[in-house]
Write a protein that binds this ligand. Sequence first.
Ligand SMILES: C[S@@+](CC[C@H](N)C(=O)[O-])C[C@H]1O[C@@H](n2cnc3c(N)ncnc32)[C@H](O)[C@@H]1O
Length: 302
Amino acid sequence: MAEFEDQGVSLTALAVAAGRAVETSRPDPLVRDPFAAALVEAAHSHVDFPTAWPPNPEAVSPLQQPLLLASIYIGVRTRFIDDFLESAPATGQTVVLGAGLDTRTHRLSWPAGSRVFEIDHANVLDFKADVLARLSSPPSCELITLAADLSEPWRALLLALGFDPGKPTTWVLEGLLPYLDSAAQLAVLTEVLALSAPGSRAVIERAVPLPKTEDFEAKLREFSLQTGLPMSQLLARADPPNPEELLTAAGWRCTGHTVQDLCERYGRTLSLRPVDAAGRVEPAPQRPTDHSRGGFVTAWRS
Ligand SMILES: C[S@@+](CC[C@H](N)C(=O)[O-])C[C@H]1O[C@@H](n2cnc3c(N)ncnc32)[C@H](O)[C@@H]1O
């Protein structure tokens, strides 16, 4: 069984899986990921990730509070992208860039003949494959994995695995761009454009420029110390390209979605505080992760 590399950017994949485990355990889950808790357990991480929604979220330890709060965001994000993938018209091939421990290949039911390419670091993909092989029957899609560094050229590797740039593709960029510097983000988005036949579509979680203030750095360091997640080292700081502008300039039809739009759509509030009957909640204290959420772009090439 492949060991989970319990550090660096791989750890962010585990944090997201933990968020989906917490969401799945809620009485009103937006998403049911039956593999998420098992992935967290099998990783034996040094970080004490929560995998269940506690009876009183405000009473959990300071370490777990930011992780629980993040799970609310992860639930909303996962559901939004699930809904995008399940909306018509589907494409025969899908590429998930920075797939991490996302289990959509096994969770969703795919139209017959679907091919899903997942790209990430080898250690993340190998670990996930081993755990899923133990827990699940093969997925309803054809899953093709590509171990690659997305900050280096990857087009030839994808083509060698049978990706067909002449056919429409669905692209998923979820939780990836904030970890790439701006040149690598631009290179990835440029490749998405170059490899997209008419009829392609994309869902992209945007990165935002992070403030370069001492106050923000201190909050990031505090978050990293509290949670064990080294976000202060991992998040790219440079000004990122704007995917909506790039895709629109290339003739794609784009729609922007703020995090608030998604929270309203799915009836969630990014707070651990109880919501009153009118859906109001006291403002929660600002956390560093709030600054790293750039919203989403959905886009179609006609
Ligand atoms: C926050 S996780 C998100 C994973 C997944 N998309 C999800 O939402 O569950 C970020 C993922 O991007 C991957 N990643 C970051 N930088 C990468 C790079 N340069 N090349 C390949 N994968 C990368 C990490 O390994 C990790 O799995």
